[in-house]
Design a protein around this ligand. Structure first.
Ligand SMILES: [Mg+2]
Length: 108
């Protein structure tokens, strides 16, 4: 069955929690196009993450937000599948806890 964006988003929130972070829903009144989530990682890094179903498209406002984040040197990422969620979270998890961290291994 095709992956739905809301399932990918739910999965993302759970995976971020597994590495000790929080993925807050991001709603900014009068700023349509902001990312779905603002993610606080235990290293002090904050990331703006947009979730899409595989094959989904960024709207013009979402592309504009991505460009603004790039111009501001912010950590921004669009993830298009649970597999991409896994690689993004795993790479941050490895940086935070180390590749052989019991926390990472326990949660897989
Ligand atoms: Mg989205």
């Amino acid at each position: 069955m095709a992956e739905l964006e809301r399932d990918i988003e739910r999965y993302f929130v759970a995976r971020v929690a597994q590495i000790g972070g929080r993925a807050y829903k991001f709603v900014s009144p009068s700023n349509r196009g902001v990312s779905d989530r603002v993610v606080c990682l235990p290293t002090g890094i904050t990331a703006f993450v947009e979730l899409k179903r595989p094959g989904g498209k960024l709207s013009p406002l979402q592309r504009q937000f991505a460009a603004q984040m790039a111009a501001l040197h912010q950590e921004y990422k669009c993830l298009w599948s649970k597999q991409e969620v896994d690689s993004w979270v795993d790479s941050w998890g490895a940086e935070i806890h180390g590749y052989d961290s019991p926390l990472l291994l326990r949660n897989r």
